[in-house]
Design a protein around this ligand. Sequence first.
Ligand code: CO
Length: 651
Amino acid sequence: MNENAVKTVPINYSADRPPAENPVKIMDLSLRDGHQSLFATRGRTEDMIPVAEMMDEVGFWAMETWGGATFDTMHRFLNEDPWERLRVLKRYIKKTPFSMLLRAQNLVGYRNYADDVAVAFVERTAENGMDIFRTFDALNDYRNFETVVKAIKKSGKHFQGCICYTMTEPRLGGDVYTLDYYVKKAKELESMGADSICIKDMAGLIAPYDAYTLVKALKAAVKAPIHLHSHFTSGMASMSQLKAIEAGVDILDTCMTPYAYRTSHPAIEPLVMALLGTNRDIGFDIHKLAAINETLEKQILPKYRHLLDDSKISIIDINVLLHQTPGGMLSNLVNQLREMDALDRLDDVFRELPRVRKELGQIPLVTPTSQIVGVQTVNNVLHDTPDERYKMITAQVKDLCYGLYGKTAIPIDPELQKKALKGYPRGEKPIACRPAEVLESELEKAKKEIGDLAADMDDLLIYAQFPVTGKKFLEWKYGRAEPPESVKPITLDFVKKQEALIKKARAGELVEKKTAENAPQKSEKTRAFNVFVDGEYFSVDVDPTGETAPVVSPIAAPPRLPAAAPAPAAVPVPKAADNAVQGNKLLAPMPGMIVAYKKNIGDAVAKGETLVILEAMKMENALVASCDGVIKSIGFKQGDTVPKGATLCVY
Ligand code: CO
């Protein structure tokens, strides 16, 4: 008989029932992975506060509140100080430990940072209130854990080690990601002092019976509690959770219902009911959960509905079952192709993707490797010619080939590696050591660059990880530049007006009107919304009047810098290079953000030299000169967003 079998036991079903013999512990992900999966990580702190205290009363083992993409989106799109969120939520959530997603030596960015940045980041995160550091490395190369784990342990915090779950076959098996592979990884984590071990199934690939086999094997191999993180993307996660419970899993990840399912996680409420009256009863009061959901549904999530991808009726994505492509990666690919008017090439991308992945060392697909493989695949499909593959290699693929991300599961294709490393600044011979060993310290340099705009270490760590957008954010924070309207919150009132418009449009009452002569002038606060109703499209400009001005965020901290900052300059409209200037034009091959111009006006350039670094889909692309010349005109500047086809410079 299976000693982990779930047994029905005599029990009362009241909210204050005695605890079960071995309750399944639950981590709630609503405030991090939940909105990251469903609402583009755009959750604002002020929208977390209304449910924070209620959620603290539920009895979660932990709440994931920070890390992953939140640090990036907060400063980039929401004009929020990421550190401030941690401190504010801690004031409302006093009993439940906080968990964060830490990308090991990648911290909360997209590349390996130097050890001094990694140590400072973990120390400051612990100091600001983090309890559990859920740590993963995209390559499952635990040499990338060494520095952060030392710092986590030194801070006296919980180190949760993740094994990224990936596969090359439709089920657990094949010749790389076998049961033995995972058991070996778990033992490695245990020897590093992991306080718990997480199977991180970011793509929702784990099948229920594989979850059973895997959890059973890990429970037998290691002592640390086993935690399962499985996205719902493919539709299997609820079944996999149940089989994992039968195999003795200790902790599961769920979301509150409005943050659940689709590419997010199973909801907590059905699981509470499924286990009620068993020896693994979670013990939560379903009515408390219902009250939280009510608040979220009515007061919070209407503000985020426009971010929900409702382009499809199905809530599961069978492409994951067909192609083993993570959901987030798939939507990135689709967006990228759409922006380049190449959506019809999606099937080519699916064909090319497993090939690129194998040539790049059969790496797991998770941030940032999913973007690295995805963007390179799209580049290949769009730019390769019959006689040349890998025509446009991203900077990140070059770094991967050099060994900067760590050791790949199988060796990288030697021909590709050689091509990628031709002229690579660190050298043409790849490294075999722990990646951070070749990285020079970064904090001093960052401090020098940013100067007194970084008032403390927390500011400096924003800049050190995100030099372009981080600097912009610090300028907003300290009043040196005016934040654009797009980063300001919208109000429930605003959403209601918008919904009323949609209702009208649906009823056929929204007719085109000539602007009345006495209509008020559109203010600069006007925000344009595209409203789609049953295939019809309306462009609606909404101008907030006095009463509906966005509420002042209750968490805005007073600037800590002296008020000597100059008055905010008018936001300049980015200007393309002068098209009238004769010469070769470097056009943006895709929409993106200018990271840097490598040349100035008057500089001589040789064919093949890098002129501009353009960031697209979080990947940096080096755009090179197609012939020799002299730079005659430069249009944009660092940080500018450019459309596809924009003239970046003339030479
Ligand atoms: Co996740």
